[in-house]
Design a protein around this ligand. Structure first.
Ligand code: TYM
Length: 334
């Protein structure tokens, strides 16, 4: 019998707000590249999300192009996947408005990221920061995505997107696919190298706390060597060993080895050897990405042709969903 099962759809996005970290790569983008072999994938540089925090216009433009080049350098193939820039597809902002009327104030108030970010930028607690998860729901629902590959920090936002989809479907019938998260087993939350109880983040004031995807090999090794661990000597995954657990999960995500295999490999060796091994594995993982990125940034015309084509394909899919939504809501057709 013919297999008529629909190929699953994937959507994910990343903000173009400066240096991409090893956390972004292992938590999300590495999976984006693996998934594109089997599924219909749409990946977006979400510059509209980025303006919830004040951005320098020139830097935002440059960072958007750099982030686009970087996802291609990581292995996103614009022939296989739809790779585009969010602001080039107007349906995102449009659906976001409609969905905001189906999202409760209380739901948005509970978002931990909103609480964290408004505490960090008390001078600019803007409405966009508050409604950010609605735009994220619009991103996902426009493409009828089945799966959303993200790190664990996005789980709450994803849960909200599911709730909005279910609520809308409950009123108007099956309009949206209800998406599931796709969270990696290892490295779903890469932690800071200096404070392993905190998420690795590019906005950390201490550059030693994060690995940038484009960091030089010597910098990467140096940062791993100075990673905070504990006063024991055992390379084993155990509660309370946050620093070692973090290094083990990074090593596991990069090499594919499980925790038992890693513990066996480093039995009787000190933390020093382990840190260098993790550093070297990360250097080798990131080396081809950095080289490809440098080549791509030399060819702006190619990047432009890719993101234009991506926006065209994305607009056509997103436009169909938006039209359906407008019809259901009762907007008079143009
Ligand atoms: P952003 O730009 O902060 O991060 C992009 C992706 O990287 C993951 N990530 C991590 N994973 C593991 N360890 C870490 N330390 C780490 N830091 C970041 C994030 O989980 C994310 O998957 N709101 C999103 C962007 C977005 C989006 C979407 C994602 C907008 N619309 C629709 C999915 C679907 C964000 O700010 O990610």
């Amino acid at each position: 019998m013919e297999n008529t099962a629909r190929k699953k759809i994937i959507f994910s996005g990343i903000q173009p707000t400066g240096i991409m970290t090893l956390g972004n790569y292992l938590g999300a983008i590495k999976n984006w590249t693996l998934l594109q072999e089997e599924y219909h994938c749409c990946y977006s540089i979400v510059n509209q999300h980025a303006i919830t925090v004040r951005q320098d216009p020139k830097a935002l433009r440059e960072n958007t192009l750099a982030a686009y080049a970087l996802i291609l350098a990581c292995g996103i193939d614009p022939e296989k996947s739809i790779a585009f820039i969010q602001s080039h597809v107007s349906a995102h902002a449009e659906l976001s408005w409609a969905l905001s009327c189906y999202t409760q104030f209380g739901e948005l108030s509970r978002m931990t990221q909103f609480k964290d970010k408004s505490a960090k930028h008390p001078e600019n607690v803007n409405a966009g920061l508050f409604t950010y998860p609605v735009l994220m729901a619009a991103d996902i629902l426009l493409y009828q995505a089945d799966l959303v590959p993200v790190g664990i920090d996005q789980k709450q936002h994803l849960e909200l997107a599911r709730n909005i989809a279910q609520r809308f479907n409950g009123i108007y019938g099956n309009v949206f696919t209800v998406p599931d998260g796709y969270i990696p087993k290892a490295a779903a939350k890469v932690m800071s190298l200096q404070d392993p109880t905190k998420k690795m983040s590019k906005s950390d004031d201490n550059p030693k706390s994060f690995i940038g995807i484009l960091d030089q090999p010597s910098t990467i090794i140096k940062k791993f060597k100075s990673a905070v661990t504990d006063s024991e000597t055992c390379v084993c995954y155990r509660e309370g060993k946050d620093g070692i657990n973090n290094l083990m999960s990074i090593y596991s995500a990069v090499t594919g080895k499980d925790y038992d295999a890693i513990a066996a490999e480093f039995e009787g060796k000190g933390y020093g050897d382990f840190k260098v091994a993790v550093g070297e594995a990360v250097v080798e993982e990131l080396r081809p990405i950095r080289e490809r990125y440098e080549q791509l940034m030399q060819d702006k015309a190619y990047l432009e042709s890719c993101y234009r084509a991506g926006a065209e394909k994305a607009s056509s899919i997103a436009g169909r969903t938006l039209e359906k939504v407008y019809k259901k809501i009762g907007f008079l057709p143009k």
